[in-house]
Design a protein around this ligand. Structure first.
Ligand code: SF4
Length: 378
């Protein structure tokens, strides 16, 4: 699902005024919701996933395409293109008397002058980024931390030089990759400007990890998370509710809490399991080998997880799959779905109270994962 925008390879003159509509840079298919909320610039440093084997994902979001490192030279060219677009947008702002501030009037004027910009994804992204402060960047795709450290450092430094106002640079990282980097390498990356990592923990249970072929052990997850925190990196750990199905629900919840207690990340973000055709885990489900939990069972799993959490993290339900409701109208979600979530330990009891509230509501009022993937016939 690569955003296959054409590149302009005509050399430095391409940044001359008037050619804005021909500028483009590469963008990958996904980013964490919180980076969308921050209006982060998406910059593709690597392509696809270096693992592609997790049985609940299988790299499908990247069309199972082969992982590729991009050359530092190519990534720098994309940064140059972002800079050229940003410079033109700011020049327009000065021209209109806004002193470089990027506001809606600037965009309206630019699109009026060149209507093709309305469909130019690169222009739209840079405009949106600057409009909302231009301070955060997300390096795509699934495991950019796997880049040789000197290359990733070169990219992060070049980015910061081009845009000194950047306050946060973020990437996805596999725990296995993170565990293999030395503490000194991570510290150097952090000093250069890499400030936040999103890690798919999924579960802290070794049996579930092996079953879904996550390619990492609970011990490695702990090592990775602790190292990231020690290096000064802000850490979001993603947990997949129901990943062990009915059979392994309790061990999944308890061991995930155990691992999270060791890591004590800044954020714990819940992503309940969704399966669909083409995924190995879906085949297990279709054959009756793997049983999905019901909405109440999933809530009880969250309850076990929360009861066993002893962290100072924030627990966030920032995804539509956390769709438990307060009543049968399905208008009010049980948990708030913002990016900051609930602060632990202060709001732990509040979360537990909400879970009890959800358990008191008839199960049919909550959306079952089968409804969400149109599998009610199974
Ligand atoms: S590492 Fe992430 S992107 Fe890759 S297959 Fe696993 S869940 Fe999917």
């Amino acid at each position: 699902m690569t955003n296959d925008l054409p590149r302009d390879d005509s050399g430095t003159d391409k940044f001359a005024s008037g050619k804005l509509s021909s500028y483009s840079f590469e963008v990958g298919p996904i980013r964490p919701p919180s980076e969308g909320g921050s209006h982060s610039l998406l910059l593709r440093a690597t392509r696809n996933c270096s693992w592609n084997r997790c049985r609940f994902c299988y790299g499908m979001i990247y069309n199972r395409e082969k992982f590729q490192l991009r050359s530092v030279e190519d990534i720098k060219k994309d940064i140059d293109t972002v800079k050229a677009i940003a410079d033109e947008i700011k020049a327009e702002s000065w021209k209109l008397g806004y002193g470089g501030v990027v506001n809606a009037d600037v965009g309206i004027d630019m699109v009026r002058n060149d209507p093709s910009l309305r469909a130019n994804q690169s222009f739209i992204m840079v405009f949106d980024w600057l409009h909302f402060g231009g301070s955060t960047v997300f390096l795509q795709d699934a495991n950019t931390l796997i880049m040789p450290t000197d290359q990733l450092l070169a990219v992060v430094k070049y980015l910061k030089e081009a845009f000194p106002a950047i306050e946060r640079i973020t990437s996805y990282a596999r725990a296995k990759t993170l565990a293999k980097k030395s503490l000194d390498e991570l510290k150097e990356l952090n000093r250069a400007g890499l400030s936040r990592l999103h890690v798919g923990l999924e579960t802290g249970d070794d049996e579930v990890l092996a079953y879904v072929d996550k390619g990492v052990t609970a011990a490695e997850q702990i090592e990775a998370g602790k190292k990231a925190a020690e290096a000064g990196l802000e850490l979001s750990e993603y947990v997949m509710i129901d990943l062990g199905g009915r059979a392994m629900s309790e061990q999944h919840a308890k061991n995930t809490a155990r691992v999270l207690n060791e890591i004590n990340p800044d954020f714990i973000r819940l992503r309940p399991l969704m399966v669909g055709p083409g995924l190995p885990l879906y085949e297990d489900y279709a054959q009756g080998v793997f049983e999905l939990s019901s909405p109440h069972e999933r809530l009880r799993e969250v309850k076990t997880l929360v009861e066993n959490l002893h962290v100072t993290s924030r627990l966030s339900f920032d995804h539509f799959l956390n769709a438990w409701y307060r009543d049968s109208t399905r208008h009010n979600t049980l948990f708030k779905q913002d990016y900051d979530g609930y602060k632990f330990p202060e709001e732990k009891n509040k979360v537990l109270d909400l879970i009890e509230e959800g358990l008191r509501i008839d199960e049919s009022a909550h959306i079952h994962v089968k409804e969400m993937i149109g599998m009610t016939h199974l």
